[in-house]
Design a protein around this ligand. Structure first.
Ligand code: HXC
Length: 515
């Protein structure tokens, strides 16, 4: 009996040693030569030191391409902690059959996804894979389907984060794209539904993997990636930062973090932020960094649709989701990309109990055939829908322009924002002074001996009468006109009293957001 036991312990040592070796020294060296860390090195950097508990290290695949020669079947799965909070993680091992995904590999991922949902902890996937394991045929496709289904089931229940740290091609891209945040590494990660070879065969176009689906493409053009970093180390560090802002699941609130920044801190320079001329721009980041605790802000999709800024910060220690127009880019107008970007962010915050703070300086929706034909009606409606359905505490500060439909869409009182503030510099109106004057006084201006002078005079009248926050405040559409320097304090006090907010919604299966 003792002998048998001894033999099994030795076998366990041997199996573990084998699994820990991955695809072997040669392939590990190749991985490093490409500037990539191995699957285990990545887990080590992602999680708190010594916290990783591996699950299914001994599991092998049953398919033709897999064999007993690779315990672990090309993916490392388990759980560990980030700043002391539990997360589940899978890390594909490119050194083992190219990290390709077959039945066993998928079952391992599905197991930790199921556990994560049951215990209420985030799932972080480190993707580095040649995709469906070709030798497993339809079983590999079925295996992907099982993951996709779980991605959807977990959506809005636990945060899901995908790091693309190697190839991610074909239908495999759809798992990361369903998750909440996609991180990519410059130069080593690629995502596409059909790769350069297929592009060449089907549409006779030569294009590199980088040009087709590199990190820059997805961060700046497609909007698939929310974060991009130059290497694996910085990417994994950023995932840790993001996790710190988030609750572990949709039943919890985000953890409080005291950054020792006085809640009643004022900033008199904000009184001078808005320039005297409405045509002059300024950088909304000045306001953002001034009001947030410790001037810490994690911007989401910083390289996509710069006309709107989305990201996480803290006010009085509490995580908030911040949505702000950026007048320094496209005058802060809402276009297709900005609407879609902000709508997805708002929905994430609402799903995970993160209060929303909206800073408004918006001249309207972007005009023109490009936007109209690109679907500004559909995309703008997404943002309207997302704010309207959000039941988390919602606060808006109108800094300057809030014109027309864009005023209503940007978390206005009329779509049931909880508390709406305006700076004295706010201009809440149907449209800007020139447009409005040209419509209302066109005939008088045409007849005038000096049309330019008349236009100027009428514009000035319009500005004085309509372009201020006081008319809206008289109606109660603005709860208070606040001094810019007090913005931080007012927001923190408002968040405090809204903390216990409860909002009921009619019973239904789900709404039908204009996708
Ligand atoms: C089986 C695979 C594999 C795969 C790579 N390998 N991808 N084995 N199935 N899908 C193996 C290779 O045979 C090789 O084994 C090892 O992994 C490393 O691959 P290399 O080609 O040597 O590496 P590299 O030159 O870096 O090229 C990486 C690659 C290339 C770009 C990912 O391997 C590739 O194009 N693979 C196929 C990608 C693909 O088309 N996948 C299917 C996508 S469709 P050896 O033993 O020689 O070292 C898909 C559908 C999902 O995934 C469906 C969801 C519904």
């Amino acid at each position: 009996m003792v002998e048998i036991m001894h033999h099994n312990i030795l076998e366990l040592f041997e199996l573990r040693r084998h699994a820990l070796a991955g695809g072997g020294d040669k392939r590990t060296a190749q991985q490093h030569q490409r500037g990539k860390l191995t699957a285990r090195e990545r887990i080590h950097l992602l999680l708190d030191e010594g916290s990783f508990e591996e699950i299914d290290i001994l599991k092998v695949g049953r398919g033709e391409g897999a064999s007993d020669s690779y315990p672990g079947d090309g993916v490392i799965t388990g759980h560990g902690t980030i700043s002391g909070r539990e997360v589940f993680v899978f890390s594909q091992d490119f050194t083992v059959i190219g990290g390709s995904l077959g039945e066993g590999h998928s079952q391992k991922i599905c197991k930790i996804m199921d556990l994560a949902q049951q215990v209420g902890s985030p799932v972080i996937g480190l993707n580095d894979s040649g995709g469906a394991r070709i030798q497993e045929g339809v079983d590999a496709l079925a295996a992907y389907g099982e993951i996709f289904h779980r991605n959807v089931a977990a959506s809005g229940v636990v945060p899901q984060i995908s790091c693309i740290m190697g190839p991610c091609a074909g239908g495999a891209v759809y798992s990361p794209s369903i998750t909440d945040f996609v991180f990519m590494v410059q130069g080593t990660s690629h995502m596409f539904v059909t790769g350069p070879n297929v592009v060449k065969t089907v549409i006779h176009k030569e294009i590199s993997a980088e040009e087709l689906g590199g990190a820059a493409v997805h961060a700046e053009k497609s909007g698939v990636a929310q974060f991009v970093y130059p290497n694996d180390i910085l990417c994994l560090r950023a995932v840790r930062q993001l996790i710190a802002y988030l609750p572990s699941n949709n039943r919890q609130k985000a953890p409080l973090l005291d950054l020792n920044d006085p809640p009643d801190r004022t900033d008199p320079t904000l009184d001078y932020l808005v320039p005297p001329s409405p045509n002059q721009s300024y950088d909304m980041n000045v306001l953002i960094y001034s009001i947030l605790d410790g001037a810490e802000f994690l911007e989401v999709q910083p390289h996509f649709a710069g006309n709107i800024i989305c990201g996480f910060g803290r006010l009085g220690g509490q995580t908030i989701g911040l949505v702000a127009n950026q007048p320094a880019v496209l005058a802060g107008a809402l276009d297709n990309n900005a609407s879609f970007k902000a709508a997805r962010f708002v929905r994430f915050c609402d799903a995970f109990n993160i209060p929303l703070v909206c800073l408004v300086d918006v001249p309207g929706f972007m005009p023109g055939p490009e936007q109209e034909h690109g679907g500004i009606i559909r995309h703008g409606a997404k943002l309207l829908y997302a704010f309207s359905e959000a039941t988390v505490p919602r606060i808006t500060v109108i800094v300057r322009k809030a014109y027309g439909g864009a005023y209503v869409v940007m978390n206005s009182k009329h779509i049931h924002c909880d508390i709406n503030y305006a700076w004295p510099t706010a201009e809440i109106a149907v449209m800007g002074a020139r447009g409005a004057t040209e419509v209302v006084h066109r005939r008088d201006i045409e007849k005038a001996t000096d049309p330019e002078a008349m236009l100027g005079e009428k514009m000035e009248e319009y500005r004085k009468h309509y372009m201020n926050p006081f008319l809206a405040a008289k109606r109660g559409y603005i709860d208070d006109v606040i001094f810019p320097r007090d913005t931080r304090h007012r927001l923190i006090r408002t968040l405090q009293f809204l903390e216990s907010k409860k909002a009921a919604r009619p019973e239904r299966k789900h709404g039908n957001i204009p996708l």
